[in-house]
Design a protein around this ligand. Structure first.
Ligand code: NAD
Length: 387
């Protein structure tokens, strides 16, 4: 009798775990309790050296969608901290963008140049599969399309793979969203969308930055650029007459808009006193070293476009792949175009409430989650096939 009661209360997932261990699988998944997070799992597999965390922050609006970061973190604590921060950021980004997904992220502790083996990626794929679609993974720093293809051998819960209905390079879409954010900023500050004659200083001419300067050039903006890559800045100078400055100078140049498109944490106690811009609008993730830096900008009269609003173009684009009707670049473009309206509304809320734009954007995300606005009503459709 007692035995039967015990049988009924055993969690089926725990039982599966037990069965897999008995069958010789060396994949271990241990839950880590983190307040405010729905599920955080430490994933290890000693047979291939996998050591990772899968962090699910929130799934109120839909499955947690978020990339896989492969990075040689100094220790597990650093990896977990990064995973948690990134997963939470994805929740806010998805909620404000209205894609019908929640926020998650995974971090794998490994040097992508030397330690990324097919066995490690496949073991990670098996871990993702065990979430049964609650978590959908994609590429991120250190993880390429080729890697995601390997992961796909073990799980279908992946997005961003090349196939006939795939969304392709997110860079131009992120750049378009950033450009639209600059137009919304111009409208808010100067009463017109026009960027003609405005001085825009762009830090980083990679996948996003080089597309962004195209849009800005044709809109009549004056470009100031910096990148560690000499060829990229020379190309911008040759093609668009951009003024080139050093990477140390770019955040300090007098301009209308400073656009961080390279690194995170560029808004901090050291940089803020040197800014000579009227607004900051860029694609880089986690531009604020800490949330309070958004308030410092407000006090100084610098209008800050919250990064997770501005750079949602790539997310909007890849999320379209999971729609039943499949990907359409035109629909995707139109969705990204609306970042303009979202950002304008955030500027207005921030002004009305006398709070930072970051706070206003976070409140908007939380409001949407509280009332289920933008909640996914149908299951995502995976159009790719296993290879
Ligand atoms: P990328 O790696 O293609 O380009 C980054 C560029 O920044 C490179 O050209 C690099 O040389 C340059 N750079 C590095 N350090 C620099 C420094 N100190 N000063 C000036 N330039 C420097 O990356 P990306 O895809 O263009 O993304 C840019 C930023 O936007 C990243 O923070 C990324 O996380 C974020 N983001 C990108 C997307 C996307 O769709 N690619 C989406 C959302 C957010």
């Amino acid at each position: 009798m007692n035995h039967q009661i015990l049988e009924k209360t055993v969690n089926p997932k725990e039982r599966l775990e037990e069965m897999l261990q008995k069958a010789g699988s060396s994949l271990q998944m241990k839950d880590v309790s983190v307040p405010g997070y729905e599920r955080v799992v430490h994933v290890t597999d000693r047979s291939c050296g996998l050591n990772a965390f899968i962090c699910i922050h929130n799934t109120v609006l839909g499955s947690a969608l978020g990339g896989i970061r492969i990075f040689p973190y100094a220790n597990e604590q650093d990896a977990l901290k990064d995973g948690l921060r990134l997963a939470k950021g994805m929740t806010y980004k998805s909620a404000v963008a209205g894609v019908g997904f929640g926020g998650g992220k995974s971090v794998i502790i490994a040097d992508p140049k030397t330690q990324k083996t097919p066995e490690l990626l496949k073991a990670f794929g098996r871990a993702v599969e065990r979430f049964e679609g609650i978590y959908i993974c994609a590429e991120d720093v250190g993880c390429t399309t080729a890697d995601v293809r390997v992961i796909r051998q073990e799980t279908c819960y992946v997005v961003g793979l090349p196939h006939e209905k795939s969304s392709g390079d997110p860079g131009p879409f992120t750049a378009w969203g950033t450009f639209r954010s600059m137009q919304a900023t111009a409208k808010h500050l100067w009463g017109s969308d026009s960027l003609e004659g405005k001085k825009v200083a762009i830090q980083g001419l990679g996948n996003v930055g080089r597309n962004l300067i195209d849009f800005l050039f044709w809109a009549g903006a004056e470009l100031i650029v910096a990148d560690l890559d000499k060829e990229a800045v020379e190309r911008a100078a040759r093609r668009y007459g951009a003024q080139v400055v050093s990477v140390a100078e770019i955040a300090k140049v007098p301009c209308d808009i400073f656009s961080p498109c390279a690194l995170g944490a560029v808004i901090n106690d050291q940089t803020i006193p040197h800014f000579r811009c009227k607004a900051i609008v860029g694609s880089a993730n986690n531009q604020l070293l800490s949330d309070s830096h958004a308030e410092d900008l407000r006090v100084r009269g610098i209008l800050y476009a919250p990064d997770f609003v501005t750079n949602a173009g790539g997310l909007l684009n890849v999320a379209m792949e999971l729609e039943e009707q499949g990907y359409s670049s035109k629909v995707s473009r139109n969705k990204v175009t609306h970042i303009y309206d979202t950002l304008k509304a955030i500027y207005e809320i921030s002004e009305k409430n006398k709070e930072s734009t970051h706070e206003a954007a976070v409140s908007l995300a939380e409001y949407r989650m509280k009332y289920g606005i933008g909640k996914r009503l149908n299951s995502p459709t995976f159009h790719h096939t296993a290879e």
